[in-house]
Structures are given as C-alpha cells and as structure tokens.
Design a binder for this molecule. Structure first.
Ligand code: IPD
Ligand code: CA
Length: 264
C-alpha cells in the first residue's frame, strides 16, 4: 500500500463525521423508504445518499482501494484485496423512527488476509467518533479507549435480535434468556456498530448476535481488539470479512462467560 495507514484512517474519520452530519441533518419523514429482502429490512434514500457521499470522498482520496457498502446494488464487488467496507447508516430502523441512535461505520480491510487495518465509527447524535488502527490502539474522541474488566454479573450485555432473519428467532430467544439470567441487564440498541464501539469503550461488557454482515462488524471488530477485547464468531474463529457471520464479543472475562453460554 502506497499510503500510510494513519493518513487513511484520518480521512476515514473525517468522512465518517461529514457523513454522520448528513444523516443528522436529514428528517426521516422527508425520505423515501424501500423494503429489502428478508423481514423488516429497509433502506431509506438517506442510506443511499450517505453511501454515495462516502464512496465519492474515499475514491477521490484513494482510487486504488476497493469499496463495498451495504447499499451496493452489485453485491459481487468485493474483488480487490484492499477495500473500504462501509455501513452508511447502521441502525436504519432507529433512523426511520426518529430514535437518535445510529452510526456511520467505515473499515479499511485487507480482505484477502481477512483483517481490518483501520476503523472509524461515528454517532452524530452524541458527536462521538470511535477509531482504531491495527497495532495503533483504539480511541474515542481522541482519548485512548479500553474495554472494561466487568464480568457478566457486573455488566450490561448488548445483543442483536437478527431482525432480518426470523428463522433463528427461537435460538435467539433461548440464548437471550440464558444471558439475561447472568448479567445486570441486557440491551438491544438496534445498531451493531455502536454495540461493538460501546464494548470497546467499556460501556457494555459483551455483545452477540446470531447473524450480521461484514459492514456491521468490520470496523467494530478492530475497535474491540485494539481496546483489549475479544471478538470472534460463535465457533471461536475470526469473523469472516467477506460473508455474513455470527458475532460474539466482550472484554476477555465476559467473552469467556458468553462463549460458555453460547456453547451450552
Ligand atoms: C442492523 C443493525 C441491528 C442488527 C441487525 C443489523 P442496519 O443493521 O445493526 O442492530 O440487529 O442485524 O443488520 O440494517 O441498521 O444497517
Ligand atoms: Ca445499514
């Protein structure tokens, strides 16, 4: 790669912030909504506009790096080794309902090596920018970020309900009941990218979801490992950056406890 990773991450952060401001400044009542395949899976005109903005900014800066976004119409585009993996609005249903809890997620991935090199997640409603570079640490608004030391008994556990694939609903409910029995309480914030960022920031001790897509976790995964946490799929293997996967994450203590509950 000709460009320095820190320089690329800086541009990813600036782009995520500008993109987040577009989302923040858009009234969901003013944008069209289309249903995607699966249950209750929607895309708004704002998702598409934000993704176009991010794609344009990043390609002007780094035309040699590929681009793969949630709202790409040609899903076969993940062909280059190095690619920006982007969720323009993570938490689309929250955005549609005016629940101000959504984020822009941008990851720079070495897809061939299956690893994230840089990550930027921005929530415009709280003006919080989470970012990390591989080996360079994780930061929240410029301050170093670390996972907490809380076990499940003393922490809040985030989860996602895999809303677009209800075939796993029974499995999801059974696991939720086991996790709920162990922790202070459970939280489903409706945005996987922020769940992961909050694990990295020590606000949640753990997070899991039965099925997510690379754009949901590519950035958050690096935030967590650089903040001292663990993140894998339910088999304990590294997350797949080129196909959907299950996700479990946490600080080392809560991750181990969650893994046991998942394996039960
Ligand atoms: C969704 C959110 C949600 C999670 C879903 C994701 P989207 O992403 O992260 O929290 O439960 O599985 O697909 O569609 O809002 O970008
Ligand atoms: Ca999205």
């Amino acid at each position: 790669m000709t460009r320095d990773i820190n320089e690329i991450c800086r541009v990813m952060c600036l782009t995520a912030k500008s993109a987040g401001r577009i989302m923040h400044g858009t009234n969901p009542a003013d944008v069209g909504i289309t249903q995607k395949p699966g249950t209750a899976n929607y895309v708004t005109e704002c998702d598409v506009a934000v993704q176009k903005f991010i794609a344009r900014e990043l390609s002007v800066f780094s035309p040699e790096i590929g681009f793969f976004g949630e709202e790409d119409t040609e899903k076969g585009k993940l062909i280059s080794d190095l690619a920006f993996v982007v969720d323009p609005i993570d938490g689309t249903s929250n955005f549609m309902m005016g629940l101000r809890l959504s984020a822009v997620s941008i990851a720079l991935c070495d897809v061939k090596a299956n690893r994230t090199l840089a990550a930027a997640v921005y929530c415009p409603y709280t003006d919080e920018l989470f970012w990390a570079t591989l080996g360079g640490g994780a930061y929240l608004n410029g301050e170093p970020m670390q996972v907490s030391a809380r076990d499940l008994e003393h922490g809040l556990a985030g989860y996602g309900s895999t809303p677009y694939d209800r075939t796993v609903a029974d499995r999801h409910m059974a696991l939720l009941s086991r996790v709920y029995a162990k922790c202070i309480d459970v939280r489903n914030l409706g945005t996987a990218a922020l769940h992961l960022a909050y694990v990295a920031a020590g606000r949640l001790c753990a997070f899991y979801e039965l099925r997510l897509s690379p754009w949901d976790y590519a950035a958050g995964a690096l935030l967590i490992t650089e903040a001292g946490g663990k993140i894998t799929n339910f088999s304990g293997d590294p997350l797949d950056l080129s196909a959907p996967d299950s996700v479990m994450a946490g600080n080392p203590v809560a991750y181990a406890e969650l893994k046991e509950l998942i394996e039960e």
